[in-house]
Design a protein around this ligand. Structure first.
Ligand code: ADP
Ligand code: MG
Length: 189
């Protein structure tokens, strides 16, 4: 059965908008993925002690017809193809693609932890997910994602920057009409 998966993305090197839209397009050009919803883009302050530019972050949901491990390897391939190098932890990056939620699955393997282990600590990941689905529940803590926002340091600034233009992310052959993009609220759970 295809799982509803939340993927988080972010970029703070080079052309941030183009990097984000390219990474989404690359995921969608895989035949195992079909887009269900896409958040707005958010301008966010880095969660790091290393001085670096602000990020552009967002999230999208796909239906994914394969395992979580296969999805992680696709995301890593895309990061690599786009020029991501192993760098300092929490340092600047051309693109970061993370599996935030994989249905309600809980996975703990050496290479993959789902839900993403820092999802509940990061406003830049929580806010785009909540834009897509305000009723999301964390499969480990059994709390609504919204509830985590109050306990996170206000220093993590997240401001809505712009919507993603459909034509920048969707391969021409995909059917567009049913896909909720960049509305403030989409898809009931
Ligand atoms: P972060 O995204 O937290 O800033 P990195 O992008 O540097 O950190 O990820 C480092 C490693 O985290 C990856 O090589 C990957 O194997 C591992 N990882 C574990 N769980 C996940 C997940 N849910 N999504 C993406 N990567 C993950
Ligand atoms: Mg990552």
């Amino acid at each position: 059965m295809a799982e509803r998966v939340f993927i988080g993305f972010g970029s703070n090197v080079g052309r941030h908008y183009a990097n984000c839209t390219r990474s989404i397009s690359e995921v969608l050009s895989d035949r195992r993925a079909s887009l269900k919803a896409l958040s707005s883009l958010y301008c966010t302050s880095p969660v790091s002690s290393i001085p670096q530019p602000d990020f552009l972050n967002g999230a999208f949901t796909i239906e994914w017809g394969d395992s979580a491990t296969k999805l992680l390897s696709l995301l890593k391939q895309i990061e690599k193809r786009m020029g991501r190098r192993e760098g300092v932890r929490n340092g600047p990056r051309i693109i970061d693609l993370d599996i935030l939620l994989f249905g309600r699955a809980v996975i703990r393997s050496p290479d993959l932890i789902v839900p993403h282990p820092r999802l509940h600590e990061r406003r830049f990941a929580l806010i785009p997910c909540l834009e897509i689905d305000p009723f999301l529940v964390h499969p480990v803590f059994h709390k609504r994602l919204e509830e985590f926002l109050d306990s996170i340091d206000e220093e993590q600034k997240v401001s809505r920057f712009c919507p993603v233009r459909e034509e920048d992310v969707l391969p021409a052959f995909q059917e567009l009409s049913h896909i909720p993009i960049c509305s403030s609220r989409v898809e009931a759970p």
